[in-house]
Design a protein around this ligand. Structure first.
Ligand SMILES: Nc1ncnc2c1ncn2[C@@H]1O[C@H](COP(=O)(O)OP(=O)(O)OP(=O)(O)O)[C@@H](O)[C@H]1O
Length: 230
């Protein structure tokens, strides 16, 4: 579904990601690593928000190395960035409507599916997104990506700042989204224990390079942890 071949990326002249090779199928693929390891940089590079400094990226067999984010969205790749992922002055409904500009099925049906998935949002439909709780706001952010009918969903640390209860619930929903809709998920996450519970495959980034890339099942947690201590 998504292939990275020797992708380097960063900010200005600074290289953060160093020659990353990656092959993501229609699975839940967790991207782990400590603060500053390069998780968000990887997500932004894949979503077309950061220009690659080298290497190639392909999505569903097409070279998208220089493809603009809006075009990638139309091709079926949606991202929930770590920050700035909702419009605070717009209502829940308006936020979802904006996401639904991308996608082909009737807009109302796609929005109703989000309310089925996150029923807590139903009573908040006309509330400004900026006045929601952290957990509710994340539901809107994920919902806004889902109404785009993505085939690959990039989630950048979606549980940051959530209470353990909300975080666990969102992790369960992420797995549910994958299983019910057959959407591939690339999940950048600090919380390795929780991410491993729902992931099929695990990548650990360390200093912008791949420390480990393995199936999640039966993975030796000490090896994952070692990637956090370099
Ligand atoms: N806009 C930017 N300009 C310059 N350097 C940046 C910028 N954004 C991130 N960096 C640097 O890139 C490196 C990787 O950051 P990145 O946000 O990808 O890490 P991360 O793994 O997502 O970390 P965290 O878990 O803390 O969000 C860090 O050293 C960071 O300081």
């Amino acid at each position: 579904m998504l292939k990275l071949n020797a992708v380097s990326s960063g900010y200005g002249d600074v290289t953060i990601l160093k020659e990353i090779d990656l092959d993501v199928g229609g699975e839940v693929f967790a991207v782990l690593g400590s603060n500053g390891a390069g998780k968000s940089t990887l997500m932004k590079a894949v979503a077309g928000l950061l220009r690659s400094q080298g290497g190639t990226i392909s999505f569903e067999g097409r070279d998208v190395t220089r493809t603009a984010p809006n075009k990638l969205a139309e091709m079926g790749l949606a991202i929930v960035p770590q920050e700035g992922n909702i419009f605070p002055d717009l209502t829940v409904r308006e936020n979802l409507s904006l996401g639904a500009l991308v996608g082909t099925r009737p807009r109302k049906a796609r929005m109703d599916e989000v309310f089925d998935l996150f029923p807590d949002l139903v009573p908040r439909i006309d509330q400004k997104a900026g006045s929601l709780s952290g957990g509710e706001a994340q539901m809107v952010a994920v919902g806004r990506a889902l109404v785009q009918e993505p085939r690959l969903l990039l989630l950048d640390e979606p549980t940051t700042g959530l209470s353990p209860k909300y975080a666990s619930s969102l992790f369960r929903k992420i797995r549910e989204i994958h299983e019910q809709r057959r959407i591939g998920i690339l999940l950048a996450e600090q919380n390795a224990v929780k991410a491993l519970e729902i992931a099929d495959r695990v990548l650990v980034l360390s200093l912008g390079a791949i420390f480990l890339n393995e199936p999640a099942k039966g993975i030796d947690f000490d090896r994952v942890r070692a990637g956090y201590h370099i």
